[in-house]
Design a protein around this ligand. Structure first.
Ligand code: NCD
Length: 305
């Protein structure tokens, strides 16, 4: 199965055919994982360039590559490396793209992924560009919704927290726009509302959405997607302190209800630990879904699926 693109920088570039194929191959990768892995990508090298901290994204990409028999070269804390030293992203891509067969990059600047993809000699994947996009997180979120709810159409999803700077909710909103009869409740402080680029997309597509500051109004959803207030995007730290724990989801909000609780993680207190033992708590399963999803994507972009 092939994809309609060579580089993945944004969920806006995905078609329904792409997501159908990615979700299907992710399911097949669960069987590969069950067997402990395969050698599908034995002759391939992934370069992982992280200019910003990452645990889940980096480790799940590395795990995915290893499970398919591939190799990984990683550069973290890039601002301290000799490659960086003021080098342009274009030059870095031109160098690293001559070492590796595929590149994943996380970078603090919005738009950096498009710059990288425009010159990369090998397939390029955006692992998060500042407050912009995080397409592989959105794909694993989509895969999680499908697994947890057994459907993606006709879902009411409540997104909570830092909808302004949280790139995962931007990417996921665009991706869910490929499906039918979705409804969004957007819960955030007024300082951290969903950007216009997303709300205008909802309007264009005729997608129903409600914006509120009240968490209680979002509790009749099928999925509640909690997010962390993105401390690193605040110039004024006192503003961050004031907004950081405006919404905390507790067991009493979801216990006994048919609501799936998701979070891209890390959580910094937004979900109380008393939610963890409940069947509603899907966030650790969600993190684990990143492995088969990224296995699928790596194999497909490398023309091996
Ligand atoms: C997210 C990110 O980096 O945008 N984390 C992740 O990739 N799982 C969410 C976050 O950092 O809040």
């Amino acid at each position: 199965m092939s994809l309609s693109f060579q580089h993945l920088t944004s969920t806006k570039q995905l078609s329904r055919e792409d997501t159908d194929a990615i979700l299907k191959i992710s399911g097949e990768m669960e069987d590969v994982l069950e067997k402990g892995g395969s050698d599908l990508l034995a002759d391939k090298v992934l370069a992982a360039l992280f200019y910003e901290p990452s645990t889940r994204t980096r480790l799940s990409f590395e795990t995915a590559m290893h499970r398919l028999g591939g190799k990984v070269v990683t550069a973290v804390g890039m601002q301290f490396s000799s490659l960086y030293k003021g080098e342009t992203i274009e030059d870095t891509m031109n160098v690293v793209g001559r070492y590796a067969d595929i590149i994943v990059m996380r970078h603090p600047e919005q738009g950096s992924a498009d710059t990288a993809a425009s010159v990369s000699p090998v397939p390029f994947i955006n692992g998060g560009d500042g407050p912009g996009q995080h397409p592989t997180q959105a794909l694993l979120d989509l895969y999680t919704i499908q697994k947890e709810r057994k459907k993606i159409d006709d879902i009411h999803i409540t997104m909570v927290g830092d909808l302004k700077f949280g790139r995962t909710v931007h990417s996921l909103s665009f991706l869910l726009g490929l499906y039918n009869n979705l409804r969004f409740t957007l819960v955030s402080p007024k300082e951290l509302t969903m950007p216009e680029k997303v709300t205008s997309f909802f309007k264009e597509k005729g997608i129903e959405f409600t914006e509120t500051q009240d968490l209680e109004q979002g509790l009749d959803a099928d999925v509640i997607y909690m997010t962390r207030v993105q401390e690193e995007r605040f110039e004024d730290k006192s503003e961050f302190e004031r907004l950081k724990l405006k919404y905390v989801l507790e067991a009493k909000h979801v216990k006994g209800k048919d609501i799936t609780v998701m979070h891209p993680l890390p959580r910094i207190g937004e979900i109380s630990e008393d939610v963890d033992p409940l069947p509603n708590a899907a966030y650790f399963r969600q993190a684990r879904n990143g492995v088969p999803l990224r296995m699928a994507l790596l194999a497909m972009l490398l023309g091996k699926a």
